[in-house]
Design a protein around this ligand. Sequence first.
Ligand code: PEP
Ligand code: MG
Length: 588
Amino acid sequence: MKSFKQIFTEAENKITGIAAAPGIVISKVYLFTKEKIKINDGEITDIDEAISNFNEALVKSKKELNKIFAIAKEKMEATRAAIFEAQVMILDDPILIENIINRIKSEKRQPEYIVNDEISKYQDLMRLSHESYMKERAQDIEDIKNRIIRNLQKRRWKSKITNDLIVVSDSLTPADTILLSRCNVKGFVTDHGGVTSHAAIISRSLNIPAVVGTHNATTTIKDGDNIIVDGFHGYILVNPTEEQIIFFRKKLIHLIELQKGLEEFKDKPAMTNDGHEIQLMANVDVTGEVDVVISSGAKGVGLYRTEQILEELGEFPDELEQTTIYSRLSSRIYPDDIIIRAFDIGGDKVKFLDFEEPNPFLGLRGIRILLENKVIFKTQIKAVLKASKDKNVQFMLPMVSTIGEIQRSKELIEECKKELKHDKIPFDKNMKVGIMIEVPAAAVMAKEFAMEVDFLSIGTNDLIQYLMAVDRGNDFVSDLYQEFSPAVVRTISHIVNEANKAGKTVSLCGEMAGDTLAIPLLVGLGLNSLSLSPSTIPYAKRIISKFSFVKAKELSDDCLCCSTETEIQQKIEHFFKINNITRTRNII
Ligand code: PEP
Ligand code: MG
């Protein structure tokens, strides 16, 4: 019998990419290749005719995009569909149109040459940006450029394909993704693009599994090949063996099995079978995720990663823009609470500095950057305060490692409150302020830190990284990134106990909360509040309903006496077995 590693991880027919939209599919491939556009750069004799052709192509392109926009509005949330509205607006940009028309007149060259040259200039500028968001938007503009050129050449583009296929392509524009999805596409695979590419965002909105950034899928996979796409882990298996198909079919059946009966948990509180309630809140990464949060049955938002706004917008939004974003979100979540985390910039996240740090994870990150850039920090604090007037907003500081950082932040919050009061702008005077515990120094000093704030939230993603000295994103040391390490378990226990001594609430919002295998241990350690990915919440509720708090406490007491990760893991697995809970880790 071959191991999982031999069947799958080490398989020769495996292509690795980025997990962009969750789910597993097995189906045949439609290799979506676009004809390379040939640009005619010849001279023209009739300027009026060329300008009229250009205007006609603009009208046609606008009509096409409006149609796509209408389909998008039907299929997905308005904020997502707005991508296409933005594209229509570019087609209306008077400066761009005027530049193109003036150049047609002065250079007397084919409009398609001038359109290509003019729009490519914008794209080059965007591609030079350090931000992945701007690079992705340059790709979207490619779609507009090609659309106008295609309409100038009076050619049609194929967007109807046989139903039920997996589309494999070099890249996909948002419009391709929307149009192809009408043919019941089973999955998307692209050579280019990251998780913030619109094709990825749209796939998630439409619930179509996707793997992006594979580099070589289109050269390795042929039209009609059978492939397995694992959008949970970012893998593709090309023409899978019988063994691989059986393995994935089992995974699929397991997934379907796990989804059965979940609905009944949606509107119920998360409660152990001896009546101990756990507050399950949702982590929000992308502003548009709020619908998913509401439908998941979450009790509020335990972590809103505001730095993602910078990824989405490519720049710092001003105070009004931020106020609008935070107010909209908090009113959708009302009467439940939302914890807005201050921009956690630096490290592996949004790049802020224009120089390379030798060790970014230990450099200017989170609160350290904010305290050095008070204008940015105060702008965000004021926007959060303005959004707090209904009293369901809390504010959280990331990457805190000293009490001084908390005190300086609180001084700035007070300054902002004074300024708002002076301007007679309403806000919640008692808005709660908390900190993330992500750094070992903060964990050790949890009681003293807790006394300075209203709540603590344990960020295990970073806490494990700094405690174990393992880069959370480095494959070479991933076996040392152990959430069940005794050091991690004892540290969490210490933080919870110290927060209790200070009389402050404590939650956990790292990925560990979403690892369903960790839930009984965390509950036993005394965590009454967890914040996790909304899609995991119903699974977590079901697991919590299957054990008692008393037994979970016994489990955690046992685990606190262990000296290896393996011992702890075995104890947890045994707990799942004797309580007859389906053994799940990260759902699948
Ligand atoms: C964490 O570190 O656990 C956390 C929730 O923050 P992030 O993953 O955004 O760094
Ligand atoms: Mg963190």
